[in-house]
Design a protein around this ligand. Structure first.
Ligand SMILES: [Zn+2]
Ligand SMILES: [Zn+2]
Length: 408
């Protein structure tokens, strides 16, 4: 396996230049036109065939091994976030207000590096590798054929036809760069976790609808702002009584908006929140019961509520055997000290749509990107997110070697 580490390291300058090019030219979800053009040009250089414009900007490229075998999908997401980059880098975003703050530039780079290594080593594996470059992981309302919260994975599955049929897939793999102050977030570390790994994410919209009035006469009106505050508090209590205490659940209302001015009781208050779980069954149970609970509170105060819950990304569950390939090749190339076993968290990833509700073994691992000595510890989605580019050859080597290990 060390040959893949050495090959990745010899490609370092190319990887850095690709990453900087993508980093300087970030694009939002379903608008990754330049990024997709860049990827296609790189695939052309490598002589790799592909289909493009799947879910607008998505690409699926195919590499065949030297003999028949299994099919492995490796995915990279391409989109950036609507944020301003504050870290002062020479290759800072040229598209002001758009920033690769989740490191998807790294993912594209590592997958292109992997494509190169796989092309050079087709005699080492059998079967097929599908390289999937996916739009809009961060979600976008630009394009939504699903009627759900729009990320790019599900539309790609819907539009790709039989290539992304679960019956034609044997495994699915991806990495995600992470930065921050935790041990597994440091450059040189690979974070792996079996079983539940990332949360489901649904969006909750509540409209409290009442008869408004004068602020001095609450008894002649119904106060939707007061009801919203009751709903906000009561829901947290309800969850502790309704849900098995051994199950992680989060409901956060990130936005509550109601009223006009200090002396008016308005007719409406809107709440927008997110529901996260690590258990599909529990997720469905909460989605079924929560609207009734919220309506009950609103009605107890003489108002009413309309509750809409939009279904978002699924619970991400990592396959133990797929992880074993990642652990094995990481230990062989970088030593066991580089491996960190990481717990689940409630951030969400639409990557797991490619696992078709765990019909296909799927895994995502963390690629450490922080460097404490250099002060690069801005976490993903922060305006100071920055990574140590030593992570690029590491990600490339682990992805390539894990793929070859799985297919041989
Ligand atoms: Zn993100
Ligand atoms: Zn991300």
């Amino acid at each position: 396996m060390n040959e893949y580490r050495q090959r990745s390291e010899s490609m370092r300058a190319d990887l850095v230049s690709m990453r900087r090019k993508i980093h300087e030219n970030p694009e939002l979800g379903f608008q990754e036109f330049e990024t997709a053009a860049f990827i296609k040009a790189e695939l052309d250089k490598l002589g790799i065939s592909y289909r493009s414009e799947i879910a607008r900007t998505g690409i699926i490229a195919t590499i065949e091994g030297s003999r028949p075998g299994k099919t492995l999908l490796i995915r990279a997401d391409m989109d950036a976030l609507p944020m301003i980059e504050d870290a002062d880098l020479e290759f800072k975003s040229k598209n002001h207000g758009v920033f690769h703050a989740c490191g998807h530039d790294t993912h594209v780079t590592c997958l292109l590096g992997t494509a190169k290594i796989l092309m050079e080593n087709r005699d080492k594996f059998g079967g097929t590798v599908l390289l999937v470059f996916q739009p809009a992981e961060e979600g976008s309302k630009e394009y939504d054929p699903t009627g759900k919260i729009a990320g790019g994975a599900l539309p790609m599955v819907m539009e790709a036809g039989d290539v992304l049929n679960p019956d034609n897939l044997d495994g699915v793999l991806a990495l995600h760069i992470v930065s921050g102050e935790d041990d597994h977030e440091h450059v040189g570390k690979i974070g792996v976790g079996d079983g539940p790994f990332s949360g489901s994410a649904d969006e909750i919209f509540v409209d409290i609808i009442v008869k408004g009035g004068h602020a001095s006469s609450p008894h002649s009106a119904v106060d939707p702002v007061y009801i919203a505050s009751q709903v906000s508090v009561a829901l947290q209590g309800w969850l502790t009584r309704f849900v098995d205490p051994m199950e992680p659940v989060v409901v956060t209302f990130g936005k509550i908006q109601g009223g006009f001015r200090q002396n008016i009781i308005s007719e409406k208050c809107r709440m927008e929140g997110t529901l996260r779980t690590l258990n599909e069954e529990l997720r469905n149970k909460i989605k079924e019961k929560m609207p009734g609970f919220i309506k009950g509170i609103a009605q107890a105060y003489g108002g009413d509520a309309e509750v809409t819950i939009l279904t978002g990304y699924p619970v991400g569950v990592n396959d133990k055997e797929m992880n074993e390939h990642v652990r094995k090749v990481t230990a062989q190339m970088y030593g066991t000290d580089s491996l960190v076993e990481v717990p689940a968290q409630l951030g969400a990833e639409d990557f797991y749509e490619f696992g078709f509700k765990n019909k296909v073994p799927i895994t995502m691992f963390w690629l450490g990107g922080a460097n404490v000595e250099k002060g690069w510890v801005g976490s993903n989605h922060s305006n100071y997110f920055a990574i140590d580019e030593d992570s690029l050859p590491i990600g490339t080597a682990v992805l390539s070697a894990a793929a070859i290990s799985f297919l041989s």
